[in-house]
Ligand binder design. Structure first.
Ligand code: NAD
Length: 299
C-alpha cells in the first residue's frame, strides 16, 4: 500500500530524494575539474545498531555522489576530550568540508560542547548556535537536514505555493520541530508549534493545511485529526512489533486513515528519511563551495 505509483496521495519522498541525489552528483561532477572534491566526515561514538545503519548508508551515498567520505567510529567509552581533539583535527583538515557527529552521544560526553566545537562553516547539520541564529534571522548558513528535506518536498508537492497556509508542527525539538517551524515561517506560512503539553491537540491539528508530525509516538495522529485536503508529512521513525511478531518501522501518523482524507501524506519508510540523507549531501556540497569562494551549483 506504500507504493506511490499505486496512489497519487502518497508523497514519494524516496523518489524525490533519488532525483535530488542525482542533481547533487551532477553538481559534484562540475566541481571535480576545478580541483574541489567535497568531503564529508561522519563521526559515530558507540555501537548503537540504528546509528551504525544510518552512518553506513550516509557513507555509501556520499561516495556514490562522487564525494569523499571519512568515517570515524569510536568506542562507546570515548572521552569528551578525545572527541573534541578529533573535531579539532577535522576542523583543520582542508579535505573535510562538512562534519556530522551522529547523535545521541554516550552520557559521559556533553553533546552541546561537541556541537559548539564544530567549525560553523563545516557544520553540515546546522546545529551550531551560530547557524541556528542565521536560520532564525534568514542569513545564509547551514539548514538542518530533516527540516530542509521537509521543505523541499513541500515546495515540490505544493508547487511553491506555501504563503498564507496554516502549518502545524507537532514536536519542538532542536533538530526537527523548531527549525522546521522557522523555515515554514520564512515561507510565509502561519505556524503553530504543538507539543506534549498542548491542549486540544486534535483540534489544533485539524486547522492545518500542512501538518508535520515529529514526535516519535507511533500512530499519534489519527484520521480525525486531519483536515480534508491537508498535506501531511510524517517525520516519525518508530520501531514496533508487527502482528507477525517481527519488528517494523512506522511513523507518527495513522497512514491508512490519513490516506483517506489528506491530499498527500508521506509514508514511513520511504518518505522523509531518504530526503534527510539527500539533504545531507546537498548541504555538504554547499559548504564545500562556500569554503572555496564558489557559488553553489543549482541542486
Ligand atoms: P524528540 O524526542 O527530541 O522530540 C519529540 C517532540 O514531540 C517533543 O517536542 C515533544 O514535546 C513532542 N511530543 C512527544 N509526545 C507528544 C504527544 N503525545 N503529543 C504531542 N507532542 C508530543 O524527537 P526528535 O528528535 O524531534 O524526533 C521526532 C521523531 O522524528 C522521532 O521518531 C525520530 O526518530 C524521528 N526523526 C526522523 C528523522 C528522519 O530523517 N525521518 C530525522 C530526525 C528524527
Amino acid at each position: 500500500m506504500t507504493d506511490p505509483m499505486a496512489n497519487p496521495r502518497i508523497i514519494d519522498g524516496k523518489g524525490f530524494a533519488a532525483e535530488l541525489t542525482a542533481r547533487v552528483a551532477t553538481a559534484v561532477a562540475t566541481l571535480v575539474p576545478l580541483g574541489l572534491v567535497p568531503g564529508l566526515a561522519v563521526v559515530l561514538v558507540g555501537e548503537d545498531t540504528a546509528s551504525q545503519i544510518y552512518v553506513r548508508n550516509k557513507a555509501r551515498q556520499t561516495v556514490a555522489a562522487g564525494m569523499r567520505s571519512f568515517e570515524h567510529r569510536l568506542p562507546a567509552e570515548t572521552s569528551e576530550r578525545d572527541l573534541l581533539a578529533l573535531i579539532a583535527r577535522l576542523n583543520g583538515d582542508p579535505g573535510v568540508h562538512a562534519i556530522l557527529v551522529q547523535l545521541p552521544l554516550p552520557p559521559q560526553i556533553d553533546s552541546e560542547a561537541i556541537l559548539m566545537a564544530i567549525d560553523p562553516a563545516k557544520d553540515v547539520d546546522g546545529f551550531h548556535p551560530i547557524n541556528v541564529g542565521r536560520l532564525v534571522t534568514g542569513a545564509a548558513g547551514s539548514v538542518p537536514c530533516t527540516p530542509l528535506g521537509c521543505m523541499l518536498l513541500l515546495e515540490h508537492r505544493l508547487g511553491g505555493a506555501l504563503a498564507g497556509l496554516e502549518a502545524v508542527v507537532l514536536g519542538r525539538s532542536n533538530i526537527v520541530g523548531k527549525p522546521l517551524a522557522t523555515l515554514l515561517l520564512r515561507a510565509h506560512c502561519t505556524v503553530t508549534i504543538a507539543h506534549s503539553r498542548t491542549r486540544e491537540l486534535a483540534g489544533v491539528c485539524r486547522r492545518a493545511d500542512i501538518l508535520v508530525a515529529a514526535t516519535g509516538r507511533p500512530g499519534l495522529v489519527r484520521g480525525d485529526w486531519i483536515k480534508p485536503g491537508a498535506t501531511v508529512l510524517d517525520v516519525g521513525i518508530n520501531r514496533i512489533e508487527g502482528p507477525d511478531g517481527k519488528a517494523r518501522l512506522v511513523g507518527d501518523v495513522d497512514f491508512e486513515a490519513a490516506l483517506k482524507l489528506a491530499a498527500g501524506v508521506t509514508p514511513v519508510p520511504g518518505g522523509i528519511g531518504p530526503m534527510t540523507i539527500a539533504c545531507l549531501l546537498r548541504n555538504a556540497v554547499t559548504l564545500a563551495c562556500r569554503q572555496h569562494g564558489l557559488a553553489p551549483p543549482a541542486m
